[in-house]
Design a protein around this ligand. Structure first.
Ligand code: TYD
Ligand code: MG
Length: 485
């Protein structure tokens, strides 16, 4: 199209699907990330010199240095988003001219979330939703479903549902054509679903390949910066766990959000892993329902809703998701091994932390776990990767083995060390405040060595030096209901 006169000039290169490393010759192993057989052949057009590229993309604006003191911009303007959990993760509203990448496994709810965002944002500005994944009809059906009242059956007067006038939809995968649509529609927000289905005609490689994805994203970034259009890119996470061959987009965009969750459970976490305009590791919690993703404004309450009080094998941990403390129930179950080696099966917790905790319970506290299968589970489908949940995990296992319940009004916070000692974890005051807010009366925590920050006084604090002491406080008296250890 634009560079047709350059078309015959191509070259072959090899590019790593994992890390994006480019090499002129074929290699069995990527010299950068060490992945085997990840280098794939690509035929790429030799791109015109930067100056020409700049001009043809219509960015014209030449740069001039300005005095920093003269640049206005005390608080950058943001477009408000009424979906609070989404806005939180962005660090406020949508920043005009920013590029946000939303990644996640296929089927996790990316299209659903962004269509909801589109429906909301279109009330204040023009939104162009470009889909290369679904048909117009499919998207219309989804929009109607999202707008329908909860529980309401399909009605005949679907027309009564208010789809905002300013929401434009197009199914297109050719980036050149998409840019044309943008020029016509002049949206305030562009949503591209997905970056992997979009292709640039001048490049010979196929849609979804590293060079296509990277180049599409860069061109959209230039467009965003030059025009002030905010761009949301949807990206599928590949088997290896990162978007379109890891890391290749993360440095191009301003913000990277991941939508995570267990596909068979209804909770979804929207996590920010990079954000030029807000705090990273901020988390929004949603629940996938019949009417799309519904905000969960009090996740602790939601995660504890189905808890069985006074049942052995259940303990409450307080984990930090970004700056936000969340209370979660951790369940432990021990069951005599019937065949072969005892099994250790964590769900939502780290396997090695389970092994370590089990070893400490066996060696330091003398629990007979050698012939027990152990299962631990975080309720709600969330994943905890911080050691602060060690204590709750250990207590849940011991509680199950001994058939003694854990005090129902108590939370457990702390890392377990190899000698069976309890170690302090970060952000204690925030964790304790959240527990107190939800009505927990006491917290078993590691002993404080330094008193730097005041802890809340509306929750009773039990400081334990070791896992053994913590267990003595946590388990309810001698009323074993079954089994014994
Ligand atoms: P989708 O947004 O298509 O996922 P992605 O774009 O990440 O691939 O969501 C897919 C799942 O969400 C699908 O299994 C159906 C479910 N879903 C609901 O449960 N409720 C809803 O209102 C919608 C629209 C989808
Ligand atoms: Mg989708």
């Amino acid at each position: 199209m634009l560079y047709n006169h350059l078309m015959p000039k191509t070259r072959t290169q090899y590019i790593c699907q994992q890390c994006g490393r480019v090499s002129a010759r074929e290699m069995g192993r990527c010299p950068q990330c060490g992945a085997w057989n990840s280098m794939v052949e690509e035929v790429v057009a030799i791109t015109p010199p930067p100056a020409a590229a700049h001009a043809t993309r219509g960015l014209g604006a030449s740069s001039t240095p300005r005095r920093l003191s003269e640049i206005t911009g005390d608080a950058e303007e943001r477009m408000p988003v009424s979906i609070g959990e989404f806005a939180r993760v962005l660090g406020g509203g949508v920043v005009p001219g920013s590029v946000v990448l939303i990644g996640g496994d296929p089927g996790i709810g990316k299209s659903t979330l962004l269509l909801q965002v589109a429906l909301e944002m279109a009330r204040n500005s023009t939104v162009l939703y470009v889909s290369g994944e679904e048909s117009e009809r499919q998207i219309k059906m989804r929009a109607l479903r999202l707008l329908r009242a909860e529980g309401q059956a399909r009605s005949d007067d679907e027309t009564a549902l208010s789809i905002p006038e300013n929401l434009l939809l197009v199914t297109e995968t050719n980036l050149g054509v998409i840019l044309g649509h943008i020029q016509q529609a002049k949206p305030g927000l562009l949503i591209l679903d997905s970056v992997q289905t979009t292709y640039i005609q001048e490049l010979d490689s196929s849609a979804g390949s590293v060079s296509q994805v990277r180049e599409s994203a860069s061109r959209l970034r230039e467009l965003a910066k030059a025009t002030g259009i905010a761009v949301f890119l949807i990206g599928h996470v590949t088997k290896e766990g990162a978007i379109a061959g890891p890391r290749i987009l993360e440095h191009i965009v301003d913000t990277v959000l991941y939508l995570e969750g267990d596909r068979f459970q209804s909770y979804r976490l929207l996590r920010s892993v990079k954000n030029r305009f807000g705090a990273t590791s901020e988390v929004g919690v949603f629940e996938m329902r019949e009417r799309g993703l519904i905000e969960v404004t009090n996740p602790s309450e939601a995660f504890l809703a189905e808890r069985m009080v006074n049942a052995p094998g259940s303990a409450i941990a307080v984990t930090m998701e970004g700056t936000r403390p969340i209370l979660v129930e951790i369940q432990g179950l021990t069951s005599p091994t019937s065949f072969g080696n005892p099994r250790r099966t964590p769900n939502g917790l780290d396997f090695n932390r389970l092994l370590l905790t089990t070893a400490v319970l066996t060696r330091r506290l003398g629990l007979h776990l050698g012939e027990q299968d152990i299962f631990v589970n975080v309720i709600g489908g969330i994943t905890i990767d911080e050691p602060a949940a060690d204590l709750a995990m250990a207590v849940a296992i011991a509680s199950s083995l001994r058939g003694q319940a854990v005090r129902a009004d108590t939370v457990l916070i702390g890392e377990v060390g190899l000698s069976g000692e309890l170690r302090m974890v970060g952000q204690m005051p925030a964790r304790l405040r959240e527990a107190a807010k939800l009505g927990f009366r006491s917290a078993i925590v590691p002993r404080r060595l330094r008193r730097l920050e005041p802890w809340p006084d509306d929750i009773q604090i039990v400081e334990a030096r070791s896992l053994r002491q913590a267990l003595d406080h946590a388990l309810l008296g001698d009323n074993p209901t079954e089994g014994g250890g």
